[in-house]
Design a protein around this ligand. Structure first.
Ligand code: ADP
Ligand code: MG
Length: 706
């Protein structure tokens, strides 16, 4: 807790000091709801409100009516049904009609306590039974005028737990605490933090009012305005902090300067580049050149769909580093991918004076020693490797550029480790495996500058994707046979779910035998790769498929990322319903890399839940990775998107980057405008914002992202 100097910060009080709470209840509130201080209670969000400010009329009830409050005379009670269907039904009449009240429990006691002819005030959720509106288990009290007066606000209902409920602190009772708290507070306890230049154009509710109305609004409209204000604030503060980080790096971080395009880059570009770059690739290289020439450290996210050609961009930028006398490294998430990058890069650079080496966990001791020495002395200019590169024993003479491929497997902490590898931190380029939804890019990666390759290399034939049930597997096999006859190759992928590794393995073996039965040797040869093989066996199998010795590759998702065999034209995914969307898209991206028409066949069981069906339908409907990423986020929510959970950047209390993306966009634009006008937040109107940001320092993971 950080009290602002000169004021007593009432919100910093421990929760036990709130009237009515006390030490025992406080213990429970801490354990069950993480409420330690007044402030935590203030920030507890009601999950709904009930409106007892108005009395509704029976006449106005429609099938759309949700919760209502009715005042009426009790005209009858009676027991209906038998055994488990036994219930007490009462009729309540106001001036406009009659409604039924129904109880299934506590029947006898309730019947005794009800008085015919008495006027009651009832509240509850309306349902219809055989055309008659009724309220089951209504809240009920005898009606008096005074009870209605004084109820000028909606009543908040809070999230609670079984334990709290059993101790008399259900979702409603917690409202008594918030009510006590709100009554204690004055505007100066929750001062405004947003400048007028932000508040005014967006017509935002002041901060104090927003908190009051989040709990006790006079009506739902006001509640919505309060919530909007608080959601905006959450996004805005996050965006300002990211913006400050970005800006700080642009302004103050010293960066290595790649001042010239040199001999190696030019020779490669003119003589050995195997194809013409796409417009998008050229643009991205320009963006990177501008960054790396600016004297500031680059921290850039490169997004592009599967197959959009990120690797060649990486290579060209690495050559730029080498031309300027610096070393470069390329980090990949798996050994297979590392090896593959190394092979293709060494081939491309064969005629050029660049010493490239590969370093992974399985590099032999002797070779490893030699590589470490070469990196430290600077005789090796370029190393491709797995996270083995991050180990402390790996030292560079002058690392100028680190490129991380398929970022989602690298944590933020690993990214940070690269910083320490040079006196001046190297430029960092992070390449994603598949596109990231815009909202995620703005939040989880909001401190990075972004480049997007939004164009595929020419002559790509779109991949035809279909969904088939397992019952027609033999037809699918026949189809593969026909493709192989045409000289093509095929992948067949089985799911791998870590918790049941053994089962998956058996599943894979069964599948393999099955495939073998369709494709007997020596007419056909099959490669198999999975996580339980030694590196050597796995590489060997990969290699045989790559060179065309085998026509079929059976494997788990170890082939998921990055593998490049342009001759492969069929991707069969077994149990496709078990895969997430981005994984399916990534797998599909293994085909369609050559000029032949390619196919992706999603096999599934016949029982599919709605989400699975939607995933498969999405895959069949589009090849666009950006669209798929949005759908993925929508279906799974941000917490489940790989690599984002630990970042802390998505821990919004109120706002959701899925539902509230409109506010996120507004917050982003507003934050940019504020920082453009006043980069240091030094002007008087921004002072309160600056103070607030300083009070947050170190409290969230954002500050650690870069
Ligand atoms: P990803 O972005 O998925 O990493 P890759 O870099 O592996 O994609 O490129 C996919 C394939 O496209 C590779 O075979 C690569 O050689 C090829 N490629 C990349 N850029 C071009 C281009 N401009 N023209 C033609 N082929 C290209
Ligand atoms: Mg790649």
């Amino acid at each position: 807790m950080c009290a602002i100097k000169g004021t007593v910060d009432i919100l910093a009080n421990p929760i036990e000091y709130l009237k009515g709470v006390g030490p025992q209840r406080a213990d429970l509130l801490k354990k069950e709801l993480n409420i330690f201080y007044f402030k935590d209670l203030l920030e507890l969000v009601p999950y709904r409100h009930i409106d007892k400010t108005k009395v509704n009329q029976v006449r106005d009830i429609t099938p759309q009516t949700d919760f209502i409050q009715i005042a009426g005379k009790l005209i009858s009670t009676g027991l209906m049904g038998e055994k488990r269907g036994k219930r007490l039904v009462a009729e309540l009449r106001d001036g406009t009609g009659t409604i039924q009240l129904v109880w299934f429990q506590g029947i006898n006691w309730i019947q005794k306590s009800l008085a015919i002819g008495q006027t009651y005030l009832v509240y509850g959720k309306v349902s219809f039974f055989q055309g008659t509106p009724q309220i089951t288990h209504p809240e009920l009290e005898t009606f008096t005028r005074e009870k209605l007066e004084g109820k000028s606000t909606l009543e908040p209902i809070y999230p609670s737990t079984e334990k709290l409920k059993s101790r008399g602190m259900g979702g409603k009772q917690i409202g008594a605490f918030t009510e006590t708290l709100i009554k204690l507070l004055q505007e100066r306890n929750i001062p405004e933090i947003l400048p007028e230049s932000v508040m005014q154009p967006l017509q935002l509710m002041p901060r104090f009012k927003a908190f009051v109305n989040m709990h006790f609004p006079p009506d739902l409209e006001t509640w919505q305005q309060a919530i909007n204000r608080l959601k905006f604030e959450e996004f805005f503060i996050a965006q300002i902090r990211m913006g400050l980080l970005r800006q700080q790096r642009h302004r103050y971080s010293k960066g290595i300067v790649f001042g010239q395009v040199g001999e190696i880059f030019n020779t490669f570009y003119e003589k050995y580049l195997p194809f013409e770059l796409t417009g998008a690739q050229k643009r991205v290289i320009k963006e990177i050149r501008r960054d790396t020439g600016s004297g500031k450290q680059m921290n850039r996210l490169l997004q592009g769909d599967v197959g959009s050609g990120k690797t060649i961009v990486a290579l060209l930028v690495l050559l730029l580093a080498i031309d300027n006398g610096y070393q470069g490294c390329l980090l990949a998430p798996t050994e297979i991918l590392t090896q593959q990058h190394f092979n293709s890069i060494s081939k491309l650079l064969k005629e050029l004076p660049v010493n490239v080496r590969v370093l992974t966990g399985s590099t032999k001791t002797k070779e490893r020693k030699e590589i470490l020495q070469g990196l430290e002395e600077g005789t090796i200019q370029f190393v491709v490797g797995t996270h083995a590169i991050l180990e402390d024993t790996v030292k560079f003479k002058n690392l100028g550029l680190a490129i991380i491929d398929e970022q989602h497997r690298f944590g933020v902490a690993q990214r940070a480790k690269l910083w320490s590898k040079g006196a001046i931190p190297p430029h960092v380029l992070v390449m994603t495996a598949t596109p990231i939804p815009r909202t995620l890019a703005m939040t989880a990666y909001g401190d990075l500058d972004t480049s997007i390759i939004d164009e595929l290399p020419p002559n790509r034939k779109p991949i035809l994707t279909v969904h088939r049930y397992e019952t027609v597997r033999s037809q699918v096999m026949d189809f593969i046979k026909a493709e192989i006859t045409k000289g093509r190759q095929a992948y067949i992928v089985f799911p791998l779910i870590e918790e049941s590794e053994k089962l998956d393995y058996e599943n894979l073996m069964k599948g393999y035998e099955n495939v073998q039965a369709y494709f007997p040797e020596p007419k056909y040869w099959i490669s198999m790769v999975h996580g339980q093989q030694t590196q050597e066996v796995r590489n060997n199998n990969m290699h045989r498929f790559k060179t065309g010795d085998t026509q079929i590759m059976v494997g788990t998702t170890v082939i998921e990322v990055g593998v490049d065999v342009p001759n492969a034209s069929v991707m069969v995914i077994e149990n496709a319903e078990k895969f997430g969307l981005s994984q399916l898209h990534q797998l599909r991206g293994r085909v369609g890399r050559g000029s032949e028409k390619s196919f992706c066949i999603l096999l599934s069981g016949s029982k599919l839940n709605n989400d699975a069906r939607e995933r498969l339908n999405t895959m069949c409907a589009t090849n666009d990775g950006f669209k798929i990423a949005e759908k993925d986020l929508e279906l799974r929510g941000p917490g489940d998107i790989e690599g984002t959970r630990q970042s802390g950047a998505l821990n919004f209390k109120l706002a959701s980057i899925v539902q509230d993306r409109k506010w996120l966009e507004i917050a982003r634009e507003t934050a940019e405008r504020v920082l453009d006008d006043d980069p240091d937040l030094a002007s008087a109107p921004n002072l309160q914002l600056k103070n607030y940001l300083q009070s947050l320092q170190g409290k969230t993971a954002w500050s650690k992202i870069s």
